[in-house]
Design a protein around this ligand. Structure first.
Ligand code: ADP
Ligand code: MG
Length: 347
């Protein structure tokens, strides 16, 4: 559906995209993962025809974006990082305007009605966009991308700046749209991409440094399947108890993030599943286990693994305490997000 061959983009002297190649099949949901400045938006802007390319070729459904921009663009719905909303328009009025801009041919009213329902904004269709919450504005952004029923959706950091509940809602919407669209979405957060994408392209400094399923990436890159446990306990006693468990290689206390509790990173011996025994030992001691989660690899760790040199390894070891603390925080956030049920925002 999308073929990118030898793509490079130069801004003046700065090479922002450097010989990138990938192809995306119809129906795939692909995540572009990379830190700020990696080149994600630039690649998206080129695919959508908003930016010219310096070198290479991009086709969408067989249409070259440079030679046949209209045909290529017709097949793409684009949600840029900052949605192009006219905030003084009402929701429906704005979508009608986009419909006219895109010169869509289907009957107007039923088409807009269907989109309003799909992204669940029909009840705010007569409200001014500027009076909507950020989550709802983002849905209006999705709605404009859907006008004209494009096969491909390109979503640039679609959950940035949203609160956890809105993030869940947008994720569910993406999953729903994924059933009958080809989707590329970008993010600098690994868990974000893991939650919705079946394939991840990791971009760093304008180059693709990995292209695989999220699970394979985590597995390949992780030799650390550690757990993070939050326990109502005393630090020293629990540290000793966890260390004494068969199958536990090492324990590291990550400090107290919640009053009366301590977080521990527990590293198992290779190939051992220690979750059950850890749970039992904690309960046997009359302590309460508040959460137990796998210490998922952060994007930073993945980058280090993919690009690190011996010097970096040494540096990381020196700064290990700090790194562990960060990943524990991330793990805790992931748990919080998971327990939030899908619910409708009340406007
Ligand atoms: P990302 O979306 O991954 O954060 P971008 O594609 O926005 O990255 O940017 C890639 C690189 O290109 C960055 O170094 C950025 O500063 C640079 N860049 C982006 N847009 C422009 C521009 N219009 N002019 C000059 N440099 C730019
Ligand atoms: Mg960007």
């Amino acid at each position: 559906m999308i073929e990118v061959t030898g793509l490079s983009k130069r801004y003046g002297n700065h090479l922002a995209v450097d010989d990138v190649n990938f192809s995306i099949n119809k129906g795939e949901i692909v995540g572009f993962l990379g830190p700020n400045g990696a080149g994600k938006s630039t690649i998206m802007n080129i695919i959508t025809g908003y930016l010219s390319l310096t070198q290479g070729e991009v086709t969408v459904d067989g249409y070259d974006v440079t030679e046949n921009p209209e045909e290529a663009k017709k097949r793409i719905g684009y949600l840029p990082e900052i949605p192009p909303l006219y905030v003084d328009m009402k929701v429906r009025e704005y979508l009608n305007f986009i419909y006219d801009l895109k010169k869509v041919r289907f009957p107007k009213k039923p088409h807009i009605d269907e989109i309003l329902r799909l992204v669940k904004i029909d009840h705010v269709q007569n409200r001014l966009i500027k009076n909507l919450s950020k989550g709802y504005r983002q849905r209006v952004g999705f709605a404009q991308a859907l006008v004209g029923n494009p096969d491909v959706l390109i979503l640039d950091e679609p959950t940035v700046g949203l609160d956890p509940k809105q993030i869940i809602e947008i994720r569910n919407l993406i999953a729903k749209l994924g059933r009958n669209h080809t989707i590329i979405l970008s993010s600098h957060i690994l868990s974000e991409v893991q939650a919705v994408c079946e394939r991840v392209i990791i971009i760093n400094r304008g180059q693709i440094i990995a292209d695989d399923t999220p699970n394979n990436l985590s597995k390949k890159l992780s030799n650390d399947h550690s757990l993070v446990a939050r326990i109502v306990c005393e630090e020293k006693e629990m540290y000793k108890a966890l260390n004494a468990i068969n199958g536990v290689k090492s324990v590291n206390c990550l400090g107290s993030k919640e009053e009366g509790t301590f977080d521990f990173a527990i590293v198992p011996e290779e190939g051992v599943d220690i979750r059950e025994i850890v749970y039992k030992r904690i309960v046997e001691r009359g302590k309460t286990l508040l959460s137990l989660s796998s210490n998922e690899l952060s994007l930073e760790q993945i980058f280090l693994s993919l690009t690190e040199t011996d010097n970096d390894v040494a540096r990381r070891k020196l700064g290990a305490g700090e790194a562990e603390e960060n990943s524990a925080e991330e793990a805790a956030t992931a748990v919080e997000i998971e327990i939030i049920e899908e619910s409708e925002e009340q406007e």
